[in-house]
Design a protein around this ligand. Structure first.
Ligand SMILES: [Fe+2]
Ligand SMILES: [Fe+2]
Length: 202
């Protein structure tokens, strides 16, 4: 009971934390991702409160200025590669995770890892990280040709949905002549090779 109460308080605090840092539009997105992640968690037998908590935190740093991302990353020893230097907003997941650790006292590494990985995905993502990654892409306001298919897939199999979503994101970037983050390629490779083992790791 105490754990439940703590998790519940944590989600309320995280909602205020996100609200204080975000425009209404992005906060509304955050709430839709939280609801979507909670539904997916329920469907796949994962902890709904953790899914909701990770979603409430995920974009909390999204409206930070580029120089501030780089400054915080340096101060907090967050790895910055060439892609992040070119596009500092790629750091919004790792920076949000660190903010949540420092300001909300979130110590749940599974939640923090999901937040860190939500933008590019990464190899070794666990079920909660996959849930957040997908929920962000299929929340009800998302509208692109394959979104309905992804919504259906996400309820059936998180791995397959993540594979489809990454393939789409990579093709989309390539089509626009944009670089693909190495973590996204590595995550796709990992998911494709790991998929047959899915029953063993979930
Ligand atoms: Fe994000
Ligand atoms: Fe998001």
């Amino acid at each position: 009971m105490e754990d439940y109460a703590n998790a519940h308080t944590a989600t309320e605090d995280a909602a205020s934390f996100a609200r204080s840092r975000l425009s209404e539009k992005r906060y509304d997105h955050t709430l839709r991702v939280a609801d979507t992640a909670a539904v997916l968690a329920r469907v796949h037998g994962l902890d709904e409160d953790r899914a909701r908590l990770s979603a409430l935190i995920h974009d909390a740093a999204r409206e930070t200025e580029p120089e501030e991302f780089l400054r915080l990353a340096e101060e907090w020893n967050i790895p910055v590669g060439e892609p992040e230097r070119q596009s500092p907003k790629l750091l919004h997941g790792p920076v949000a995770a660190e903010l949540a650790r420092r300001e909300l006292g979130v110590r749940d590494e599974v939640v923090l890892e999901a937040v860190r990985a939500h933008t590019t995905a990464k190899p070794g993502m666990g079920p909660l990280a996959l849930t957040l990654y997908i929920a962000d892409k299929i929340e009800p306001a998302r509208d692109y040709p394959s979104v309905e298919r992804l919504r259906k897939l996400a309820r059936e199999d998180l791995h397959t949905a993540a594979i489809e979503s990454l393939r789409r994101a990579i093709a989309h970037n390539e089509g626009r002549g944009k670089d693909v983050h190495p973590s996204s390629r590595a995550a796709l490779e990992w998911l494709e090779s790991d998929h047959t083992l899915q029953g063993g790791i979930e």
